[in-house]
Design a protein around this ligand. Structure first.
Ligand code: AMP
Length: 420
């Protein structure tokens, strides 16, 4: 497999798929440029070699050309970070893009307009009416798949090499994330530096495990985490199930949960998961106490209660002190740690304590030699909010992509480079 470090981009044009899907405020100012910064090592290497990056990304979920989602809003900031005036093509697959790509000189960079302005990027038909017949829907799907080929071929035609540095979209088989790789020789396609680090971090969690291995799965719903929990049962020694999910388990075991968040249709599933964990010899760690509130608000009256004895009219919005200690003890003894999802409603200042305690215990374990991977939007937001990002081994930029990789799924963006 080719690597970006070995590749010499001198005199070459490289189509670089990045993830510049950054948040913008109402004046189109970037409010968090982490994703742009994460792609800089790759872009700088290409430029330093004397190559020319042709940069493609999506921004938001546009349903066609929409000014709000134009990548022109980030052009100035990107130019500043790279220290060169990056050129811009206002249509990623039009004549302007082809001409600007062709005229690009070594050391120059071109940013293409939002790839998702074309339905062909995702290969999903748009504007098909709900009431269309099945035949019409199938015909629309076929049509977009056909033109997707043309679109992909066009993007590929701009460049001599293909670099995928967009881990956040690696779980999508889109034109620019996977299909395009088919138009380049094995020697001319590779991961960017960011993607390489992400793939290595996932491999360490899945294949190169130092034990004990502890996964902390938090967040609101069992239903959105079920596949990953099932997959982890065959791998981890300890599984801390926390956050809003706690109460589905507590209720399933006969506890009183007051108004706490609960998925009543998942009670049997919760019991099955506990049984499966026992069969696999996995130590499931559930909360024993909760920080409770009399309403879903930062200003609510608060108290503490045993997790299965929450009074009517109250709800659990974070873990309590006994649980913090219980979790921290397990985490501190671990050698491999995966954290996905907060222990409570960390968006409310009064319910951040548990998530902070988990983050701090992970940092301590990491200092003692553990490998720790934090991923999935909300736990990343937690470590950033608490200033703990420097103390963990790796903070993944991929939410859905990371979870799918850990579920054991093959990511099309990775397979397109690794398997060809
Ligand atoms: P997820 O997107 O499934 O990872 O869930 C993250 C969300 O879960 C965050 O917005 C938290 O506020 C929320 N959450 C965590 N604990 C609780 C809880 N005890 N009750 C309600 N929501 C929670």
């Amino acid at each position: 497999m080719q690597t970006i470090e070995k590749y010499n981009f001198a005199g070459k044009k490289a189509f670089v798929r990045v993830d510049f899907n950054v948040p913008l405020d109402e004046n189109f100012k970037i409010t968090d440029d982490t994703r742009i910064r994460a792609a800089l090592p790759t872009l700088k290497k290409i430029l330093a070699d004397g190559g020319s990056p042709i940069i493609g990304s999506h921004l938001g979920r546009p349903k066609g050309v929409t000014d709000k989602y134009s990548l022109k809003h980030i052009l100035g900031h990107l130019s500043g970070l790279l220290g060169i005036e990056v050129q811009f093509a206002g249509d990623c697959a039009g004549e302007e893009a082809a001409a600007k790509a062709a005229a690009l000189k070594p050391g120059e960079a071109l940013l293409l307009e939002n790839l998702r302005f074309y339905a062909e990027e995702e290969g999903k038909p748009r504007n098909v009416l709900e009431e269309a017949s099945d035949e019409e829907k199938t015909a629309a799907k076929k049509a977009v798949k056909l033109s997707q080929k043309e679109f992909t071929r066009k993007l590929a035609s701009y460049a001599d090499a293909y670099v995928n540095d967009a881990f956040g979209t690696a779980h999508r088989a889109h034109a620019s994330t996977a299909l395009i790789a088919g138009y380049f020789d094995t020697a001319d396609k590779m991961f960017g530096y960011l993607m390489e680090k992400e793939v290595q971090a996932v491999e360490k969690i899945l294949k190169d495990i130092n034990r004990p291995f502890t996964a902390i799965m938090g967040g609101s719903k069992v239903s959105s985490k079920i596949e990953i929990i099932e997959n982890l049962l065959g791998k981890v020694d300890n599984l801390i199930i926390t956050g809003g999910m706690t109460y589905t388990f507590t209720k399933a075991q006969g506890g009183k949960i007051g108004n706490s968040i609960c998925e009543d249709d998942k009670l049997n599933l919760a019991i099955e998961l506990l049984k499966k964990a026992e069969e696999e010899g996995v130590n499931i760690v559930l909360a024993v106490d909760a920080k409770i509130a009399d309403s879903f608000s930062n200003e609510a009256k608060t108290g503490f209660s045993k997790v299965g004895e929450i009074p009517d009219g109250w709800e659990g919005l974070d873990i309590g002190p006994e649980t913090e200690k219980l979790y921290a003890d397990v985490i501190r003894q671990s050698k491999t740690i995966l954290w996905n999802g907060p222990t409570g409603v960390f968006e409310f200042e009064n319910f951040t304590h548990g998530s902070r305690a988990v983050g701090e215990a992970i940092v301590e374990a990491t200092r003692e030699g553990a490998f720790s991977l934090v991923g999935g939007g909300d736990s990343v937001a937690c470590v950033n909010k608490f200033g703990l990002a420097e103390g963990v081994s790796y903070v993944s930029t991929g939410g859905g992509a990371l979870l799918e990789a850990i579920e054991g799924k093959i990511l099309p963006g990775i397979a397109a480079i690794e398997d060809n």
